[in-house]
Design a protein around this ligand. Structure first.
Ligand code: 13P
Ligand code: SF4
Length: 304
């Protein structure tokens, strides 16, 4: 444990009236200084109700943007501004506008893993924890739906609801590294283990799962389950939290290749510098904030 820097972070945090929000994939030492740790939905909700003046967002850029959209009067800082999400960057506003032009009667559901710019062109957002519920409610009176950008999450929900969506060809480069063989190999080694996978995984992996869950969904499942062993099909950073909160249970990563390099860019030093120098501030123009807030708020109101 890096005690001196943790003490400095705590002191500065108080002086700045800051809150530290941390995603489940962050480095263990960053997870351990969190005021709140969670998945995309949990972090968005937390950002929308914090009383702090400053939000230090330890996650990837679209998540920090979501915090800014929901708390426009607060200062939102990301300790490394290059921490992007390659899946979110696979679709641009221009590409979405084109897709809408070729499908003028379709509505757009955006996975929250999209940029603020892209969200300005969407009807509703969803996260991995509420995608099924959001899409189910939203599509009650809708015939045609474009789902962006994750084709795996999109096809998983479409299959569950027995619907057909227009899918965009996006995916998470970290989750697609988890293969069917990885799950089978781990299951052979740990036959009693429950298989938990993230919906960003490929369909062949999803088919083998006992449960398909968001990162917070996995944390809840592991806590409430009688099982003692779990094979975890998502980014390996979550193993730290799972193990810490369930010391009597065992967690096996489905694949050690499932690493999100962008999530690992944030270190304790960078959190400290972020607080000290008040950088890097997430800046969005007023119009983008207003337009991008609609689909996020629509999602939050649907799942409240
Ligand atoms: P969660 O919302 O499940 O934490 O997922 C976010 C993410 O980026 C998964 O790769
Ligand atoms: Fe984006 Fe994948 Fe990293 Fe999640 S794990 S932030 S989807 S690249």
């Amino acid at each position: 444990m890096n005690k001196p820097i943790i003490e400095k972070i705590k002191k500065l945090k108080k002086e700045r009236n800051a809150v530290i929000l941390v995603h489940n994939y962050q480095l263990p030492e960053v997870q351990d200084i969190a005021d709140y740790i969670g998945d995309s939905l949990g972090l968005s909700i937390q950002a929308s109700k914090t009383e702090a003046d400053v939000i230090i967002f330890c996650g990837v850029y679209f998540m920090a943007e979501t915090a800014k959209i929901l708390s426009p009067d607060k200062i939102v800082l990301i300790p490394d501004k290059t921490a992007g999400c390659p899946m979110a960057d696979m679709i641009t506003k221009e590409k979405l506008v084109e897709l809408k032009k070729t499908n003028p009667d379709a509505k757009v559901v955006a996975y929250v893993n999209t940029t603020a710019e892209v969200k300005t062109e969407c009807d509703i957002c969803c996260t991995s924890s509420n995608a099924e519920l959001v899409v189910k409610n939203f599509t009650k009176d809708i015939e045609k739906l474009i789902f962006i950008p994750d084709k795996y999450l999109g096809s998983y929900i479409a299959n569950k609801l027995g619907k057909e969506f227009i899918l965009y060809d996006g995916y998470c480069p970290s989750h697609v590294k988890i293969m069917e063989e990885d799950i089978k190999r781990e299951k052979e080694k740990h036959p009693e283990a429950k298989i938990l996978v993230h919906p960003e995984c490929i369909s062949e992996v999803i088919k083998l799962a006992d449960a398909v869950l968001s990162t917070d969904g996995m944390v809840k499942y592991a806590k409430n389950s009688n099982a003692k062993e779990f094979i975890i099909g998502t980014e390996i950073g979550i193993i730290h939290r799972l193990q810490k909160e369930n010391p009597d249970k065992k967690f096996y990563p489905a694949s050690n290749l499932a690493i999100c390099p962008n999530m690992k860019k944030i270190t304790l030093e960078k959190v400290y510098w972020s607080l000290e120098e008040m950088k890097y501030e997430v800046i969005l123009n007023k119009e983008t904030i207003e337009k991008a807030r609609n689909p996020i708020e629509k999602m939050i109101s649907l799942v409240k």
